[in-house]
Design a protein around this ligand. Structure first.
Ligand SMILES: Cc1ncc(COP(=O)(O)O)c(C=O)c1O
Length: 394
């Protein structure tokens, strides 16, 4: 089945639910067992989709998890309370005191913070690597390296990675691999197909798709990884609420329709921005002159609506004049909803392996589902305001 068909059918079982099209929302903490035998059996063995206690899932949770697992091409998925929780559960699953982690320099900032602050406190050391390192990662692997954490493309600056090359080097030395797949979603990228052990997604973004839920999704490649991950997820207690699970499933139904629209509109905006004299660069993996474009073309089936551009240095008042009065671009964190966004970001403090030295202001854009012409018209007016104030301040 093609992804479009999968997202409309997965996780549904009308026959088991009085013919109701969507899986019902089970609100539950306590699950009752009818006999001593049954309750003893439930505590002795742990298996997938086991009704045991609300935190470990209900039929609503299992419907969502099974649908995502199938889409990602994995053995199983765990739904947790946020994308950040999914990352933390993964980092915890593969580390103990004395271990070493390899991490792409361009990961989501809180991933870095967790490694630098929390895991460091527990005696886990991290080496950040240039995301374009490819097979060169082999030289950074130590005898105590247990995990390589990736993100493709990177947060804010969108550098691509040669995922198969990194995975091959890690596999050769017994290092587990995990990748944050929030940007591509399984519609456009399936890390497990390339040998990655754990694919992590912030379901908060495109799976939810409507800027109204928090959700993390962790998909594992096989039963061995499942056991490692399950121990981590269960002990962390980072479960999701049933209403968010339901909304994630509902968002999933239109994911394959929304993603191409985000992709198309994002490219329209990226190309328009590239033509503006105040813009020094546009960071979008689908642009042919973007470094890493060839890797994107080889491994991804499309692009999401998230990219960045860098402005040549302008007075702050000029930037404010542009963004404060944009009508269609909200300024706020997160992305992946139906609406367009634009946020200023400072990357300098977030890179160590490959320092970010561009003096201009980086702006991250999320292309929503509005008409591209309207989005361009709003941008055009924004750039006119920026120019006017920049001239006045010159
Ligand atoms: C790439 C990436 N991964 C993970 C997350 C974390 O997701 P959440 O906000 O659900 O914790 C984000 C959030 O912005 C993100 O951009």
């Amino acid at each position: 089945m093609k992804p479009e068909t999968k997202v409309t059918t997965l996780g549904r079982d009308p026959e088991a639910n009085f013919g109701v099209v969507n899986p019902p929302v089970y609100h539950a903490s306590t699950i009752l067992f009818p006999t001593l035998d049954a309750i003893e059996a439930a505590t002795k063995t742990k298996y997938k989709n086991q009704m045991r206690y609300g935190r470990y899932g209900t039929p609503t949770t299992f419907a969502l998890q099974d649908a995502i697992a199938e889409l990602e091409g994995g053995y199983a998925t765990f739904a947790v309370g946020s994308g950040a929780a999914a990352i933390v559960a993964t980092l915890m699953a593969y580390t103990k005191s004395g271990d070493h982690v390899l991490c792409a320099d361009t990961v989501y900032a809180p991933t870095r913070r967790y490694l630098d602050v929390v895991l460091k406190r527990y005696g886990v050391e991290t080496t950040y690597f240039d995301p374009m390192i490819g097979a060169g990662i082999s030289a950074l692997i130590r005898p105590n390296t247990t995990l390589c954490m990736m993100e493709a493309p990177g947060s804010l600056t969108f550098e691509m990675m040669d995922v198969p090359a990194v995975v091959a080097a890690c596999k050769a030395k017994g290092v587990a691999t995990a990748l944050d797949n929030t940007w591509g979603t399984p519609i456009y990228f399936r890390p497990l197909d390339l040998g990655v052990d754990v694919s992590v997604m912030a379901g908060t973004k495109y799976v939810g798709g409507h800027s109204d839920i928090m959700m993390g999704l962790i998909t594992v490649r096989d039963e061995t990884v499942y056991k490692t991950m399950r121990a981590s997820v269960d002990e962390l207690g980072a479960c999701t609420g049933p209403d968010d699970q339901y909304l994630a499933l509902r968002g999933l139904r239109t994911l394959a329709v929304r993603m191409p629209r985000h992709y198309e509109t994002g490219l329209v905006l990226a190309k328009w921005l590239k033509e503006q004299p105040e813009v020094s660069s546009v960071l979008h993996p689908a642009l042919p002159d973007f470094p890493g474009h060839a890797l994107w073309k080889r491994d991804f089936k499309g692009a999401s609506g998230l990219f960045s551009f860098v402005l040549k240095p302008v007075p702050r008042a000029a930037l404010a004049a542009m963004v404060d009065d944009l009508e269609l671009y909200g300024m706020g964190f997160s992305w992946g909803g139906f609406e367009s966004l634009m946020v200023p970001s400072d990357v300098r403090s977030l890179r160590t392996a490959k320092p970010w030295t561009d003096p201009g202001q980086l702006m991250r854009v999320h292309a929503g589902l509005e008409a591209p012409d309207d989005l361009i018209a709003d941008l055009e007016k924004g750039f006119q305001r920026l120019r006017k104030v920049a001239r006045e301040k010159a």
